[in-house]
Ligand binder design. Sequence first.
Ligand SMILES: Nc1ncnc2c1ncn2[C@@H]1O[C@H](COP(=O)(O)OP(=O)(O)OP(=O)(O)O)[C@@H](O)[C@H]1O
Ligand SMILES: [Mg+2]
Length: 474
Amino acid sequence: MSTSALALAYPEPLHPQPRLYIIDDDRNVLDVVGRFARPHGFDVLSFDNATDALLEVTRRPPDAALIDLRMPGMNGMDTLREIKRRAPFCEVVLMTGYGTIESAVEAVKLGATDYVRKPFDFTRLKDLLGLIRAESDRRQTVAALESDLLKQSQFHGMIGRSAPMLELFSLLRRIGPHFTTALITGETGVGKELVARALHATSKRRHKPFVTLNCSAIVETLFESELFGHARGAFTGAHETRAGLFEKANGGVIFLDEIGELPAPVQAKLLRVLEAGEMARVGSSDAQKVDVRVVAATNRVLEDEVEAGRFRSDLYYRLHVVELKVPSLRERRDDIPLIARAFLEENAREYAKPLRGLTPEAEHALLRHDWPGNVRELRNVLGRASMLAETEWIDAPDLLIGAPPGPRAVTIGPVRPMGEVEREQVVRALEETRGNKKEAARRLGISRRAFYRRLEKYGMHQPAIGDEPVAFDD
Ligand SMILES: Nc1ncnc2c1ncn2[C@@H]1O[C@H](COP(=O)(O)OP(=O)(O)OP(=O)(O)O)[C@@H](O)[C@H]1O
Ligand SMILES: [Mg+2]
């Protein structure tokens, strides 16, 4: 049988000994077969009824099961079906005393590996156990190889081995030691922050501070003092002199996330730091030297912001000297299985669940999906699936993706005013996220500030509610 391409080595490097269930109402069979199988290297669990066995499947999943066809209560065929549902990769062999070809055929159709007749032909049983053992070893080897592959496909916390990612890693390696400013662009959730951290980690400043400011998360009036600090008495409430982030980052790297949100006066001050290596605290005229490398990120098209007069062109050109474009997940689908695997390993640890991997159907669903929210969306989808999964294998329905792209598809009809379409998208984003504005902004691919601006524009702003989910009726 085939193995998922995503078998995980976690939680145990599979079991060193494959686990074999023997399910038969005849205790004699349990005893004899159990004694026969143990020396062949199996960890044997015996059950005299199907119900007990099924209860154990989630906790101690079997690699193989020998199931009696005729049992009181749940019969062998139904047990086979249930075990396969909960442990899709379990090898099942049916044992039958009344072996008819018909039931054997049906069993194999339902996913049984084979069947054996009772009374046992022990040579045949031995061959079957040998095959099961070989398949289990093969699966362990695959899991170990995939684990190695994953280790080799990481670059400072970023996973990837697709051509565009290898190119990005190579670029990072080359510019890391030399850059003074860098601009990271890419859609939401592609990993811009990880790229910024990788730049720091590959630079000579890796032992110096890495300081982050998310420009969309700060009130306009506090920007300057946050970045450059303030002198005592510079404004109401400035009781003490305070150092800003540039001073804290001195000698290291500052990461300005969502740089497109930077207000104009701050843009001017930033340019001065970049050009002259100088800044002054708010309320002070003393210029100070700072030595800070600046990494900026944006998921907007900054050229458009420049054209619209919202972003200084001189600052843009300065930042743009080195641009790192992070490809969307759609442009590197080869990486999806590998990243998924890493996330599942994390989830298995976090939820203390024995997750082993994805079924082939689940993997196909991930490969087909469009990922508008990129790697962050993949992380969320797998997080939810890991919680939902009833078995150690995540199956396609657990992912809750792959719904027809209906709502996202282009609607046919007369052209409508942009504002109307935009308002509708804002409303839908709020509905889909049950009023979580942060998440709504994320799904729309705009910053939180930009999102708030739109709420104001369409008269939907509800101050003082912040990011708390709000009842939204419109
Ligand atoms: N190549 C990758 N390998 C593993 N995890 C990744 C990778 N890229 C992104 N992630 C994970 O995806 C999530 C989103 O990444 P990140 O926050 O860096 O995105 P971003 O581009 O900054 O998004 P935004 O524009 O919304 O701020 C994080 O949890 C990050 O760890
Ligand atoms: Mg980010």
